[in-house]
Design a protein around this ligand. Sequence first.
Ligand SMILES: [Zn+2]
Length: 635
Amino acid sequence: MTTLIPATDDRADFEDADRGWIAALEPAVVTAADGRVVWDNDAYGFLDGPCPDTANPSLWRQGQLVARQGLYLVTEGIYQVRGLDLSNMTLVEGERGVIVIDPLISAETAAAALALYRRHRGDRPVTGVIYTHAHVDHFGGVHGVLDGTEDRGADGPVPIIAPDGFMESAVSENVYAGVAMSRRALYMYGSALDKGPAGQIGCGLGMTNSTGSIGLIPPTVLITRTGQEEQVDGVRMVFQLTPGTECPAEMNFLFPDARALCMAENATRNLHNLVTLRGAVVRDARVWAAYLDEAVTLFAGRCDVAFASHHWPTWDQPRIVEYLSLQRDLYAYLHDQTLRLVNQGHTGIEAAELMEMPPALESAWHTHGYYGSVSHNVKAIYQRYLGWFDGNPANLWRHPPEANAARYVACMGGADAVMAKAEEYRAAGDLRFAAELLDHVVFADAGDASAKDQLASVYEQLAYGAENGTWRNFYLMGAHELRNGIVDAPPVTTSRELLQALTVEQLFDAIAIRVNGPRAWDEELVIDWEVTDLGEVHRTTLRNGVFTHRRREDGTDGPGAGASGGTDGGSPDPAAGRDRGHRADLTLTLTTSTMVDVVTGGAFDDVGHQGDLGVVARLLGVLDRPDPNFAIVTP
Ligand SMILES: [Zn+2]
């Protein structure tokens, strides 16, 4: 698919990545309070060497660039700490202290980054925090830069600025499919793999995720429109809201006095993901491109450096315009050409294979698919518009993989015959079809060690050829689990703040998706939840194996009122009217904080109640536990 590659003697990226370097963290190892290593950038020292035949040279080069770490000067008064987590922390000096943009994933790495900055720039207090968007690598480490002792006296608490919709977006991703995404993220980032020339060499966007403690302090200032200006610690900022791009809540912003532009994660030094391999709602390439174009028109004439929360900055106006324009063209081209091909009748898989990228995009480095890929992004665009079904009735009602596998293997004369065929394809260089054949053998008989070993070898060969970091990690993790069994999910210390940040509705949704439908078919339970700190009453109903919830607008008309007849003229809400026909089995009077305890099976000490408390146990009794370690490469 890739025909042109950029000139390998082009050193501009290395010059930019090294520009302004002040000091490294030595050793580049960050530990948690219990001594557990949560970040080790020194483990990537092997990338200094020439590319081995176990890695794609383009990805190896990206790894060399991304593995650089330390404190860097971006422009006067603006610094970045790079290479101490998946993301960058940017520090903007104000009149009294320093504003932190994106405090990394873990409190431990964020504290280490801030300490590195302070060793070279003095013990400046943190006078503001900005979350560029609602992904965890841009807010999770906030307790490492705000420890609660910050006191601005009459100025009030340290402002925390974020794009509109930040909290909703930050927590919702983990509410619904979070467990499955975490399991697949282990494959995507390869954090359980050994780092080395034949192992994990980064994920394109950064090296990997840190594994320390994650927190979330809600923002105090929301950016709600493009053109909004804010001033913190004497620093002026002009914002561009970019909802629905790389994240549902995201924003770019300009520091007009420093002539510096922050592009959040909307323009980084790779083709980004329209759908991540860990799984996500598909992003909109069309909107993404449009906001990049708007950024060029709004800001490019007013800045001399553009930086982002991953990778290294771009200096000088003509280069910034060219860089942002190429990034815009990248997403717009993928969007438009995919739909052109789709409207000629091609499916996502076919369109991905047919997609030809323009020479200007092939011959730049930052448009290459180190994190997203042309192949999976084209399929994502198809998915966004047309969904999983390709229109071919043969694909409408296929057997699931295990059932299909047994039939294929039987048709082809048994496992040994399929494995022999797979070896022929592998030897001829068709690793893709060899993998498909061997996948059938493994799914037909997960106990077949030789088939698993042969498939693992094919996955490793696919990994070594992949330009995309997340593809490499997926193949290598697949091989690892075929050979060694399922890797336990790594420990992540998620603070209670993340649970508390859920809205009442999200909390009920989180319960609803854990209800074991068949087990709950015969239960019928109605609970009213009087949430005192919100002044709201919510009614939940479990019936037919479904847990539904609604807010009762007529909060005063509690369950004690009982059946009072039909809807009266004062209640236009038909839902409220329907409620009046039913008495709740139980009414709980509680706060959002104690609600988290109740629904996680915890304490009832501070909860008032009226009715049968046994109802809670019956509800909890029909909830399933999600499986954080489900099988992927075996049935
Ligand atoms: Zn990020």
